[in-house]
Design a protein around this ligand. Structure first.
Ligand code: TRP
Length: 344
């Protein structure tokens, strides 16, 4: 396989309620990778319509994710920030990948099974084919590294399987078209440690989620300082003081979660946090957590709100990003057409 130049791609769905889990699990990592890689960060609006979403909400959410990217520190001049539906090559390559991926592969996707539940006869075909579109998102840029949360690992493996099968099935044509022995790289997930798996503030056994009925379960990126403080003060705990060692967090999901959030926000280990707070009760620890959460989230939220007041500017960013993304994707898609034998 030729050495593919390193390139980062990731996507966030504009489905509303961006929260601390999205920040610590994804966006914070996106920001850091700008220092070392060429990055494309995509608002994956075509993935968002795999489940029903009112158009006015979709439009608002696309702007909001864009604003969150910028407010968190992604530089849309140096890197590429855009929305998926503006670059038609995503959908074009996704169709090709629908014809490469096997039914059996997609049938094994746990996220589809979770989302479809008992309703699997009545969900959209798009929800089933979602991972093939995700593979196209990545591979239309021949991206090599993909920062994602733990829950996307299986989808990333499927992307690798699709890339590998395309490379194998069309090996002769890939070589004949001058692309050597592989056309697509096998993209690697960049998955952060368990410390950044952010759980609900109301129930330490459930993930922090945009769709939880209780807004007190999550810290939204748009929350102001007062809301952040209130939610942390009301966060569920247990009656014991904090342990001095990480082993003491076992069986205490709420304590574990709050310590993990504090550690992630501070860029420290849980060990160090417990060395400081072990033996203390939650009220002092929560006060410290409020300080660090407000210090991180309030400036992001404030900047997001400022950006949201100027949708024209955000759309300008997306339009310019899409033009730059297209410049990379179009030649890749043309090459794919030649490899497949399409006449163009
Ligand atoms: N499926 C991802 C999620 O829900 C979003 C996504 C779509 C994505 N396309 C992608 C992530 C490509 C990384 C790369 O979080």
């Amino acid at each position: 396989m030729p050495p593919f130049p390193e390139r980062v791609f990731s996507g966030v769905q504009p489905t509303g309620n961006l929260h601390l889990g999205n920040y610590l699990g994804a966006i914070k990592k996106f920001v850091a990778l700008q220092q070392t890689h060429e990055c494309l960060y995509c608002v994956v609006d075509m993935h968002a319509i795999t489940v029903p979403l009112p158009p006015a909400d979709l439009k608002h959410n696309i702007r909001e994710v864009t604003a969150a990217f910028i407010a968190a520190g992604i530089d849309p001049q140096k890197h590429i920030v855009f929305n998926q539906s503006q670059v038609a090559e995503h959908a074009e390559l996704a169709w090709v990948f629908n014809c490469v991926a096997r039914m059996g592969w997609l049938n094994r996707m746990t996220q589809f099974k979770d989302k479809a539940g008992k309703n699997s006869e009545n969900v959209s075909v798009g929800l089933f084919a979602y991972p093939a579109l995700m593979a196209a998102d990545i591979l239309v840029y021949r991206a090599t590294h993909v920062p994602v949360g733990e829950d996307q690992k299986q989808h990333l493996e499927l992307s690798r399987d699709i890339a590998q099968k395309f490379n194998n099935d069309f090996a002769a044509s890939i070589a004949a078209n001058g692309h050597g022995d592989a056309f697509f790289p096998l993209p690697e997930p960049l998955i952060q440690g368990p410390a950044t798996r952010v759980m609900s503030l109301r129930d330490g056994s459930k993930k922090m989620s945009k769709s939880d009925a209780s807004d007190y379960s999550r810290l939204n990126l748009s929350d102001d300082a007062d809301a952040i403080a209130q939610k942390i003060r009301k966060a569920k705990t247990d009656p014991e003081p904090l342990p001095s060692e990480v082993a003491g967090l076992a069986g205490r999901p709420e304590a574990d979660n709050l310590v993990g959030i504090y550690a992630a926000l501070k860029g420290e280990t849980k060990e160090r946090v417990l060395a400081q707070f072990g033996g203390q009760n939650f009220s002092g620890f929560k006060a410290a957590l409020v300080d660090v959460a407000v210090a991180t989230l309030d400036p992001i939220g404030t900047e997001m709100k400022r950006l949201m007041r100027d949708p024209g500017h955000l759309e300008g960013v997306l339009n310019q990003g899409a033009a730059r993304a297209r410049a990379i994707a179009a030649p890749v898609m043309s090459a794919v057409k030649d490899i497949l034998g399409f006449v163009r």
